[in-house]
Ligand binder design. Structure first.
Ligand SMILES: Nc1ncnc2c1ncn2[C@@H]1O[C@H](COP(=O)(O)OP(=O)(O)OP(=O)(O)O)[C@@H](O)[C@H]1O
Length: 272
């Protein structure tokens, strides 16, 4: 059994560090609906951690708790060992957390490049006044941001569409641009909301490869939620399984695959 601070090396040679985020006895209600019931789990530095479950299991609600968007009625979220207070989205971003959304949230009329640049907003320190009267500093900052963005565009192989308005792109590429924008923030923890929803097999394979590459190349810790158990099993180090707001499994893909409660939930065995 690992301690919170312990690290280990995976079979494919990646180092997984200590716990960066801990969810302790989280309960979240919407009026009479209990979306999350007393769930605890942690996320370790450098790992790919999946949260899976059937429709309505509470996955999106959980991702919103992790991102700080929802504050649970019970339980606490510890980030680097400290209880996390309620935060506004820009405060979450400053803590090094970035996310993508299930329903793509890009600026449709803007080019791919401009959309990815918006991921740098937290790094832009000059205001309009400074940009007008202190050209040198504003230019330097713009160049630095541009450099990071171009690197990410290359990394995700979207150079050919950098000037294309997002509205003209097929769905799979829009998802990739959203990933690029999240990466532009250089997050330590990246949250992906159903990154492969609505994709065909080839697009899913591409997205899986990019997620693995991001984790490997930048050492980014990744938590993702997914509906389809198959796609995350090859990708994840550890998997939390939710059903009807409860945690019914937590472990390596193999442990989870052989867990009877998980098998029942996915085979649609009746719940009593
Ligand atoms: N803002 C909200 N107001 C009221 N009820 C909500 C809200 N968000 C989620 N719920 C309810 O909480 C439960 C869990 O929903 P959630 O969207 O977290 O599940 P999910 O596992 O992400 O589902 P899906 O795979 O369909 O996206 C559901 O019963 C849902 O109707």
């Amino acid at each position: 059994m690992l301690d919170q601070a312990d690290s280990y090396v995976t079979e494919d040679g990646r180092t997984i560090g200590g716990v960066v985020m801990e969810m302790k006895n989280i309960t979240l209600r919407f009026g009479g609906v209990v979306a999350i019931k007393d769930i605890s789990f942690d996320i370790r530095e450098g790992e790919i951690r999946a949260i899976i479950g059937p429709n309505g299991a509470g996955k999106s609600s959980m991702l919103n708790v992790i991102s700080g968007f929802y504050v649970p009625q019970e339980g606490e979220v510890l980030f680097h060992g400290k209880k996390r207070p309620q935060m506004r989205p820009y405060e979450v971003a400053r803590q090094g957390i970035a996310r993508t959304f299930q329903n793509i949230a890009l600026f449709d009329g803007m080019s791919v490049l401009d959309n990815v640049m918006t991921g740098r907003l937290n790094y832009m320190t000059t205001n309009l006044f400074q940009q007008a009267f202190w050209k040198g500093r504003a230019e330097r900052e713009e160049n630095e941001n541009r450099e990071v963005v171009e690197k990410i565009i290359d990394f995700l192989e979207i150079q050919a569409i950098r000037k294309t308005p997002v509205s003209r792109l097929p769905y799979g590429l829009k998802k990739r641009v959203e990933l690029a924008r999240a990466l532009a923030a250089e997050p330590k923890l990246l949250l992906l909301d159903e990154p492969m929803a609505g994709m065909n097999v080839e697009e899913k394979e591409d997205m899986s490869r990019f997620i693995l590459d991001v984790n490997d190349e930048f050492g980014t810790t990744i938590a993702l939620i997914e509906h389809d158990m198959g796609v995350v099993m090859d990708l994840s180090d550890r998997v939390v399984v939710m059903d009807y707001g409860k945690k019914i499994g937590d472990g390596t893909p193999d442990e989870v695959r052989n867990n009877q409660d998980v098998i029942d939930a996915y085979l649609g065995v009746s719940h009593d």
